[in-house]
Design a protein around this ligand. Structure first.
Ligand SMILES: Nc1nc2c(ncn2[C@@H]2O[C@H](COP(=O)(O)OP(=O)(O)OP(=O)(O)O)[C@@H](O)[C@H]2O)c(=O)[nH]1
Ligand SMILES: [Mg+2]
Length: 220
């Protein structure tokens, strides 16, 4: 019998091995890390900016920004005070563990407490590629619509925390929060959820507390 291995399985297997190496690299220096995933424009960079502005100064933060092109997002993270590295995927719709490896080498990891990775804006592919980060975070946003958990279940299933951004827009957009949350609950029961607005700052405190607590817990 000929053994058959699908190309998809082989690629994902190789990615998981590299992700484990990335995790070891981070653990060796005690850096806690988040992988932020979301659709384009949901507010990944905005959340990084307001997190950087509000986290206690004692937490040193690095950012790896993934985009198909440009360094616009890494420039924003750097302007907000982070050591930031841009990864251009050149057309790939997600980051993978191999792209993270050289970016880690460009950061002064022993000088950091927290690393935030901003994935490419996409609700499908990033869910399949582990990066070696400690927590996967999904940012949903109100203008995207309340049906997204039902339409993109793979993304909602696999995450450790969910941010619902742009709650300031709720009065202007049809978004049934109960319907949205029912979909999330089916896919990812009890997932910790942070409704917030990067624009007004509403709800931001609970998110900041979670990030700071997770970072400290990891260190200890
Ligand atoms: N009203 C409102 N607008 C927001 C909020 N957060 C972000 N925005 C706006 O949403 C737009 C996209 O924000 P970004 O932070 O660039 O989104 P992103 O997810 O990083 O986008 P990509 O990296 O291109 O996928 C910008 O115009 C932000 O000003 C919010 O809480 N409320
Ligand atoms: Mg961005």
């Amino acid at each position: 019998m000929t053994e058959r291995l699908s190309v998809g399985e082989a690629i994902l297997g190789a990615n998981e091995r590299l992700a484990a190496v990335n995790r070891e690299t981070l653990d060796r220096v005690g850096v806690f890390s988040l992988n932020l995933m979301a659709s384009p424009g949901a507010g990944k960079t905005s959340l990084i900016e307001c997190t950087l502005q509000a986290l206690p100064g004692s937490l040193r933060v690095g950012v790896i920004d993934g985009d198909i092109a440009t360094s616009l997002d890494a420039d924003r993270a750097a302007a907000a005070g982070a050591a930031a590295v841009q990864v251009n995927t050149g057309g790939e719709c997600h980051l993978d563990a191999a792209m993270i490896q050289p970016a880690l080498q460009r950061l002064d990891l022993p000088g950091l407490d927290l690393l935030i990775v901003e994935n490419v804006g996409n609700l499908v592919c990033p869910a399949s590629f582990q990066l070696g980060t400690h927590r996967n975070v999904l940012i949903a946003s109100i203008p995207e619509g309340d049906d997204k958990p039902y339409k993109y279940p793979g993304m909602y299933q696999g995450v450790d925390a969910l941010v619902i951004n742009k709650i300031d827009l709720q009065p202007y957009v049809t978004f049934n929060m109960d319907f949205f949350r029912r979909g999330v609950e089916i896919l990812n029961p009890g997932v910790i959820t942070f409704p917030l607005s990067c624009r007004t700052g509403e709800g931001l405190e609970a998110w900041l507390e979670w990030v700071a607590d997770q970072t400290r817990l990891h260190r200890s």
